[in-house]
Design a protein around this ligand. Structure first.
Ligand SMILES: NC(=O)c1ccc[n+]([C@@H]2O[C@H](COP(=O)([O-])OP(=O)(O)OC[C@H]3O[C@@H](n4cnc5c(N)ncnc54)[C@H](O)[C@@H]3O)[C@@H](O)[C@H]2O)c1
Length: 432
């Protein structure tokens, strides 16, 4: 027997599994990817996440953690089953729940009475009921298998810390005794636990992500206005952030938000609003500003290289959707690189974590394994991801490698004064 089954060994599932084992639970984590399962059982980490290798090693050596192939093999022996499978964007913008549906059908007949199935994947309002219905239809002991919502708020790159030191734990459940059992899993964490109804729990996750996306689009719109009126967005956000009602987090202008959550979750919330007959033009604006922001970076680069990208070599630093992760899903860097290629540019890119995978995802992109080599003969360099190592480069050497010392810093990562001293033409986002 194990306390906890985690279905899906991705960014959320793997983090959940190693952290719950670290908190003292017996955890069995399942995936459908046999190679991933085999590697994990050997202690090999398939994703880049700070602290994950150490907690994986700790879990395996304490025998509180193991990995199995197939959800059934984990769910049949556990008292709690966390669903951590993908919920990607469907064609109409809604969350595609087919992975959730498939797992629920697969595990229903092997669940033991009293098991709690926990929706940790991001799922729209109504999903707790939906999973309960699918389980019942597929042979779960009626009335004896319960479903709770427990959305996850971790950020890639700091997922272990976010899981172990959360701002809050949200549990959505109609049955108080079940909610108490789920909250007991987190009892060693120093965090407020909010127990609410399933619909509210599901909405909390979408509302939180949509709000953060709104903050990013808002600051990007302010940055663009700063450029028009010759103000400096860095000064503006400093002045705003000191206001505790606003805060500094998510107040950094850039190439637009991306990643595996904000784009799909904002679309899913818009879909939910449309379906419910509610106007949410505010969020539509957020999404539109974001798409325009990607394109604005292409326009800036076009102007910097003299009006046309056709046949022009561009060097890119960074491809992941943000620093300290290897995740390329919906990365603004890849969206911008794709647009540069469409405009006829020859695009060469370096990223410390993405590796050759990026070139496989984007035909026409040349991956170069060295941040200086990637600049060789390029008409301009653009910083697309805020990896810290880019701050500390030898910019005299970078200038020598480039055909002309021109840089578009879409993350406002570099010091414009220092770069201009090195002879660069520097352009950031919203800087006077
Ligand atoms: N990545 C994040 O930062 C983050 C943060 C909060 C919430 N979420 C949400 O968590 C969910 C999972 O996201 P993720 O980034 O961890 O996804 P992921 O793609 O990294 O991992 C999903 C894993 O599930 C496995 N899987 C798919 N079908 C399976 C099945 N039938 N049985 C067993 N395993 C199966 C896949 O092989 C994969 O390893 C999504 O709903 C996402 O929106 C993600």
């Amino acid at each position: 027997m194990s306390d906890v089954a985690v279905i899906g060994a991705g960014y959320v599932g793997l983090t959940t599994a190693v952290c719950l084992a670290h908190l003292g639970h017996d955890v069995v984590c399942a995936d459908i990817d046999a190679e991933r399962v085999e590697r994990l059982n050997k202690g090999e980490v398939p994703i880049l996440e700070e602290g994950l290798p150490e907690l994986l090693a700790e879990g395996l050596s304490s025998r509180r953690l193991r990995f199995v192939l197939g959800a059934k093999n984990a769910a049949s022996i556990s008292s709690f089953v966390f669903l951590c499978v993908p919920t990607p964007q469907g064609d109409d913008g809604s969350a595609d729940l087919s992975y959730v549906d498939a797992v629920a059908r697969e595990i229903a007949s092997v669940l033991r009475p009293g098991t709690v199935v926990i929706n940790k994947s991001t799922m729209p309002v109504g999903s707790t009921r939906m999973v309960q219905r699918v389980l019942a239809e597929s042979g779960a002991p009626p009335e004896e298998v319960l479903v709770a919502s427990n959305p996850e708020f971790l950020r890639e790159g700091t997922s272990i810390r976010d899981f172990l030191e959360p701002n809050r734990v949200v549990i959505g459940c109609t049955d108080t005794s079940v909610a108490v059992r789920v909250s007991d899993l987190y009892k060693n964490l120093n965090a407020p636990i909010l127990v609410t109804d399933p619909a509210s729990a599901e909405m909390i996750k979408y509302a939180s992500n949509a709000f953060l996306a709104t903050k990013i689009s808002f600051v990007n719109a302010i940055a663009n206005l700063c450029e028009a009126v010759d103000a400096d967005v860095r000064e503006v956000t400093l002045g705003m952030g000191y206001d505790q009602r606003i805060g500094f987090e998510f107040l950094h202008p850039g190439p637009g938000y991306g990643g595996s959550c904000f784009p799909k979750d904002t679309q899913a919330l818009l879909y939910a609003a449309r379906t419910a007959g509610c106007d949410f033009s505010l969020l539509e604006g957020v999404v539109q500003v974001n798409q325009e922001q990607h394109e604005r970076m292409v326009t800036k680069l076009t102007a910097l290289v003299g009006g046309s990208l056709n046949g022009v070599t561009i060097a890119c630093w960074g491809l992941t959707f943000k620093a300290n992760t290897d995740d390329l899903r919906d990365s603004p860097a890849l969206i911008i690189a794709r647009r540069l290629i469409e405009e006829g540019a020859i695009v060469r890119a370096y990223d410390p974590a993405a590796g050759e995978r990026a070139a496989d995802m984007l035909p026409g992109l040349e991956f170069v394994a060295d941040p200086y080599e990637v600049c060789a003969g390029a008409a301009a360099l653009t910083v697309l991801t805020e990896w810290d190592e880019f701050r500390w480069m030898d910019f005299d050497r970078v200038a020598e490698m480039l055909e002309s010392p021109v840089v578009l810093d879409t993350r406002n990562l570099l010091d414009p004064t220092a770069l201009r001293r090195h002879g660069f033409t520097y352009e950031g986002v919203g800087r006077s």
